[in-house]
Design a binder for this molecule. Structure first.
Ligand code: 13P
Ligand code: SF4
Length: 310
């Protein structure tokens, strides 16, 4: 099927099944164009929490679709490719995390939304990159905190909040791969460029960034900032919407290290989803996200805590 036919089939199925298509900025541009809503992790969770659609097609990675399911236990939540994982979620296995928590019985557990539902059941509150500071600031100063699973975001938050948190040592393979040397070379070529970086990036990248924020925050920064050239240190999929809304600005995707095995600043997990798989999953209502009732109930509490604080 060609793309035009796929798009019209998807639209027809969507109407027939009263389905909503939610997509993250890191999705393929064709998926972003057909989605009902494109956003960052927090905005997508909020949309999932408030939708009255009968089915949620989650064009993102597994932990995002799981969150949508936890917020809508009676709805069908499908994802184009069930293997669309995340290095942060994969790098925090529940048994090892349980053992880790035992060493810090007095600590409150703040987990980045990029983790499995089971890890969320072990958490006091979930956060995303756009509300993490606010959530940590809401915890009394004398309360010790564990932050998991992203250690780069954790280190950034320690600096921002002045809290001495215990960190789990997970990383995002995409944001970890940016090359400081190549970004500095780009700066020599474009000395007026502003660097906007996602806080999952390493400390040396954040140190030279003019702006640090979530994907939506980066999008708004570039849109509202009267400057010509920007180097964008996050997954390259975000450039799709940004180029369309900033036709007169020069937007450069921050380059990754050469020995990086995945494509330059692209998340291989996110890119497993394709328009064709989106069509199949809408048509077949599969692969579906299923979770044990007990896990959903326990994971809902820290997600709701986050939504209340956002
Ligand atoms: P945000 O959507 O919160 O910016 O996070 C980016 C990300 O890496 C999602 O996997
Ligand atoms: Fe996970 Fe990083 Fe991909 Fe986001 S970009 S889904 S954090 S691996």
């Amino acid at each position: 099927m060609d793309n035009a036919t796929l798009i019209s089939e998807i639209k027809g199925l969507q109407r027939e099944k009263n389905a909503i298509i939610l997509a993250h900025y890191y999705q393929d541009s064709k998926i972003q164009d057909i989605a009902d809503f494109v956003g960052d992790s927090l905005e997508l969770s909020k949309k999932a929490a408030e939708t009255d659609a009968d089915m949620i097609v989650f064009a993102g990675v597994h932990f995002m679709a799981e969150t949508a399911k936890i917020l809508n236990p009676s709805k069908k939540v499908v994802i184009p490719d069930l293997n669309a994982g995340c290095s942060l979620a994969d790098g925090c296995p529940p048994d090892a995390f349980r053992k880790f928590l035992k060493k810090y019985p007095e600590h409150k557990v703040v987990t980045y939304i990029n983790c499995s539902a089971e890890i969320k059941t072990l958490s006091d509150v979930v956060c995303t990159s756009s509300n993490a500071k606010r959530i940590i600031d809401s915890i009394p100063k004398n309360q010790p905190i564990i932050f998991a699973p992203d250690q780069n975001l954790g280190k950034y938050l320690i600096k921002e909040t002045g809290r001495d948190m215990v960190l789990w040592d997970g990383v995002c393979v995409v944001h970890e791969a940016f090359s400081i040397e190549k970004i500095l070379d780009l700066l020599k070529k474009f000395p007026d460029a502003m660097i906007a970086a996602h806080p999952e990036s390493e400390a040396h990248i954040l140190k030279i960034a003019h702006f640090i924020g979530s994907t939506s925050a980066i999008r708004n920064y570039v849109k509202n900032h009267n400057h010509h050239t920007f180097i964008i240190a996050t997954e390259a999929g975000i450039l799709h919407k940004m180029i369309a809304e900033n036709p007169d600005k020069k937007l450069i995707a921050a380059p990754a290290d050469e020995d990086n095995t995945c494509a330059c600043s692209e998340c291989a997990f996110m890119k497993l989803n394709t328009l064709e798989k989106l069509y199949h999953c809408l048509r077949d209502e599969s692969p579906e996200i299923t979770l044990e009732k007990d896990i959903m109930e326990k994971a809902l509490h820290p997600i709701n805590q986050m939504l209340q604080l956002s």
